[in-house]
Ligand binder design. Structure first.
Ligand code: WTA
Length: 573
């Protein structure tokens, strides 16, 4: 099928400057940005923190942190000492060794960053859990990863089914009035007494760095493992795509519970020794505009949902703020609609640069960035050193303007190295041993620009967060009134998609508004707030294949008033 471009292109189509600049680019060249190509000693935490603490940047602010209760800042020198202290606490108070998993489950706070980099300094694989996760979500992830250490708060610990997690050896609680036990340790107390010197555990570029769980369309969440080598691409895209310059103040709004919040909310900016802002607490237009103004943010990385919420608040809100320090704005996670780009141009006076990548890719892949010509509405072009294409279902490349599977040639530096405990799943992500198949559908134009079309699988992107329908359905099914459930993403003007559940009830149970509210709350408190359905529709029966699988495709067609296609495989039992 040939697709006509939706948005007119702009510019002069002369790509030669861009192509000339990068024609000879090779990832090997990036090694020279780091001393390990001579010393052979590698650790992400050294490159992101200690290296700068030992340079003229020692007294530069690394981290500005602000939430409703705290307003603090830390230099690279401070960060070196504080991450050393955290590493000492973990090393002395647990048996955690290189390669073991340490998970962090807490809201954004400076301690989260000390703990995460401290864990990396001692060679552990750092896992993160978004603070909205509830019991099953936490249980599945900590069990699958066989996490040995957990760092959390007193309030969040209530959601951790400690007794069902045989590998969990020690829990460090951050906060006040911690009651210690054999397994539970008061982090702040130990941290206050810990030494601020630490011998970094030097690792191999291929050793594990971070583990992020993410959703597919079937089965439990998958643990995506990245290794220290990811720094090559995170560093280089920090330069090309984030366009980081020495005196920038950078703000990435993503939470470290998700990959953007580590790759671009920790590693890329700090690999460049840039001052970074972290804002805790809830979103409000006033807080966000206030943060941009007060910290004189120059480079801002956020998501379409956030931009749409700011748009929704009205342009008059912006009149009270001076955002003149902004010079580069970027977006990730969902399609960036042309209306948002227009708002960026007219109201923010900034072109919003779309970037495409995913948990599995570990770093930005297809992007709009300052040194290239931009076509609004397109995700941009693959960064130099990345080869992307569109393949059909057999893995054969298709011509320009043909919709198909967005695929990336295997072997980019920040590529995931494992799906935890699931080699078969990992292997199934690659086609013909050559292409990583993303699950997104897109087409390429004849200048090599990529245009996003949608997900091929049933993964839901809601407010920039990736939710697997299976995990939500499984939770709904635990509700005593529910017989069957099918979950889809329903298009939504603000959130991109919202989660909608179609539910059939057990015999004798009648649909009601109370039941609907109860099921929503059941998912919210049992799985995660962002994974709870915002809409529920009760049905007598759900469409299923003969083998009993609920057909989400048909649910989606019902929702969108589209033809349901061939229903001949639907069972009538
Ligand atoms: C979607 C977030 C359209 C896409 C870094 C991808 C996008 C999934 C874009 C990955 C974009 C990401 N335009 N869609 N610029 N960027 N996506 O793993 O469907 O949370 O497969 O990684 O988000 O989500 P994930």
């Amino acid at each position: 099928m040939r697709i006509e471009p939706l948005v007119a292109t702009e510019g002069n189509h002369n790509l030669s400057d861009y192509e000339k600049t990068y024609a000879n680019f090779n990832w090997e060249n990036v090694n020279e940005a780091f001393s390990w190509h001579e010393t052979g000693k590698v650790n992400m935490a050294y490159e992101a923190i200690d290296r700068h603490a030992e340079s003229s940047k020692a007294n530069r602010t690394a981290l500005y942190f602000e939430d409703a209760d705290r307003k603090e800042s830390y230099t690279f020198q401070d960060m070196k000492s504080l991450t050393n202290k955290a590493a000492n606490v973990f090393k002395e108070q647990s048996s955690i060794q290189k390669g073991d998993r340490l998970f962090i489950f807490m809201p954004r706070s400076p301690e989260l960053y000390f703990a995460l980099l401290g864990a990396i300094k001692m060679g552990a694989v750092a896992g993160t859990l978004f603070e909205a996760f509830m019991e099953v979500a936490i249980y599945d992830r900590l069990l699958d990863s066989e996490a040995k250490v957990l760092v959390t708060t007193k309030a969040l610990l209530e959601r951790v089914p400690v007794e069902k997690l045989p590998h969990l050896e020690k829990i460090f609680i951050i906060g006040e009035d911690v009651v210690e036990s054999e397994t539970t340790i008061d982090f702040n107390k130990e941290f206050a007494n810990a030494r601020d010197q630490f011998d970094i555990e030097w690792v191999d570029l291929e050793d594990g760095l971070v583990l992020h769980y993410t959703s597919g369309s079937t089965g439990k969440p998958k643990g995506i493992l990245h290794v220290h080598n990811a720094m090559i691409q995170q560093y280089q895209t920090g330069k090309w795509v984030l366009d980081l310059k020495d005196d920038d103040i950078y703000w990435c709004t993503a939470d470290p519970g998700w990959v953007t919040g580590t790759a671009y909310g920790i590693f890329a900016p700090w690999l460049h020794g840039i001052s970074m802002l972290v804002v805790g607490g809830r979103f409000s237009p006033q807080n966000w505009y206030g943060a941009l103004q007060n910290y004189k943010v120059s480079v801002w990385y956020s998501a379409p949902t956030a931009f749409r919420m700011l748009m929704g608040a009205g342009n008059h809100v912006l009149e009270d703020y001076d955002l003149s320090s902004l010079r580069h704005v970027l977006s990730v996670g969902e399609p960036l609609n042309p209306e948002v780009v227009k708002w960026g141009n007219e109201v923010l006076h900034q072109r919003i640069h779309d970037t495409w990548w995913m948990t599995e890719t570990g770093a930005q892949m297809i992007c709009n960035y300052p040194s290239m010509m931009i076509k609004p509405g397109s995700m941009g072009k693959p960064v130099p050193g990345v080869t992307a294409t569109i393949v059909d279902d057999q893995g054969i490349e298709v011509p320009p303007f043909t919709m198909g599977n967005l695929a990336i040639k295997k072997g980019w530096p920040s590529m995931m190295r494992q799906i935890w405990n699931n080699k078969a799943k990992y292997d199934s992500c690659f086609m013909n041993e050559e292409w990583y198949v993303s699950g997104d559908s897109a087409y390429m134009d004849d200048d090599g620009y990529f245009w996003f079309q949608g997900r091929i699988d049933d993964v839901i992107m809601t407010a920039g967060e990736r939710v697997g329908p299976f995990e939500v359905e499984s939770k709904i099914l635990e509700h005593p009134a529910v017989l069957e459930a099918g979950v889809i993403g329903k298009p939504d003007p603000i959130r991109g998609e919202i989660i909608k559940a179609f539910i059939s009830l057990k015999e004798g149970i009648e649909p009601s508004e109370e039941l609907e509210a109860a099921i929503k709350l059941f998912v919210k408190t049992g799985l995660a707030a962002h994974a709870a359905p915002r809409e529920i529709e009760f049905k007598e029966k759900l469409p299923k294949t003969r083998s009993g699988k609920i057909m989400r495709r048909v649910l989606k067609a019902w929702e969108l008033d589209l033809p349901t296609g061939d229903l001949s495989t639907i069972g009538d039992d």
